[in-house]
Design a protein around this ligand. Structure first.
Ligand SMILES: *C/C=C(C)/C=C/C=C(C)/C=C/C1=C(C)CCCC1(C)C
Length: 264
């Protein structure tokens, strides 16, 4: 394990703990907000909460693993216990949550069914491939391996960014006026925050070494996760609120007694 001082150890521990609190609060908010939006958008809010809930669980495990990897000595110093810190929790988390985040975005846009069907398969598949290809480089100790898997993982990553950027531009123009800015913001948040991950990944290669690289990596990924999951979920919730207001009729009971029909 990388030798750290107590200050660095506590800093990472506090950031992980803050992340746990954020995801807990976000999960409650997203799930309770479901009943306040039109039925067609409820799945998007359910998924937002599911993403933060899955992340909440993994951050607990990351916290545990971090505390198992180091211990405070009788002299008040810090030493590695010999139990390795488990990086795999992050990757398993991403493998589940990253495809779900893309599905959230597609759901809230309400595209035509042919666009929907295509994107619902290609985007989550590319996301899963990106994470799987990144892992061998994350746990590698030499720079060459890290670069190779970075490069491989960048291929599906660029495909996703390109699809969000170019492929969805047309669809965004078709969004209702009041929601258009928000939908575009959700797309930009995804592109900008996601670009931060491959940069953090390279910290151990660029100048940062040993303890600084480890601390930078943990804090960098945690901050990005908060923005990409809880922050993004808030935008999705906002879009769902706005679009539901524009489609008010879902609130009135249908005269036929078959329940309110959302506008298709
Ligand atoms: C909630 C977690 C999210 C949104 C995670 C996103 C992760 C990425 C966009 C990771 C991308 C990577 C590359 C493009 C290359 C290097 C390896 C990765 C996996 C860090």
């Amino acid at each position: 394990m990388t030798p750290l001082d107590i200050g660095q150890f506590n800093l990472v521990s506090n950031v992980i703990s803050f992340t746990i609190a954020t995801f807990g609060a976000a999960t409650v908010f997203f799930w309770l907000s479901r009943q306040h939006v039109a039925p067609v958008y409820r799945m998007a809010l359910l998924l937002s909460g599911l993403v933060t809930f899955i992340a909440l669980y993994h951050y607990f495990r990351i916290y545990e693993s971090w505390h198992a990897a180091y211990q405070i000595t009788a002299q008040g110093g810090l030493e590695a216990t010999g139990v390795p810190f488990n990086d795999a929790y992050r990757y398993v988390d991403w493998l589940l949550t990253v495809p779900l985040l893309l599905i959230e975005l597609i759901l809230v846009m309400r595209l035509s069914s042919s666009e929907n069907r295509k994107l619902m398969i290609t985007l989550p598949a590319a996301a899963a491939l990106m994470i799987v290809l990144g892992y061998p480089g994350e746990v590698a100790t030499n720079d060459t391996t890290r670069w190779v898997f970075w490069g491989l993982s960048m291929i599906p990553f660029l495909y996703i960014v390109w699809t969000l950027f170019a492929g969805l531009s047309e669809a965004i123009k078709r969004q209702p006026e009041r929601a258009r800015g928000m939908v575009s913001a959700a797309r930009w948040v995804t592109i900008i925050v996601w670009c931060w991950y491959p940069v953090v990944y390279l910290f151990p290669i660029f100048g940062l070494s040993g303890a600084d690289a480890e601390v930078g990596l943990q804090i960098g990924y945690s901050a990005a996760d908060i923005l990409a999951k809880a922050g993004f979920g808030l935008l999705i919730a906002r879009i769902a609120f706005i679009k539901s207001e524009d489609e008010r009729e879902w609130e009135q009971p249908a005269p036929t007694g078959q329940g309110a029909q959302p506008r298709a």
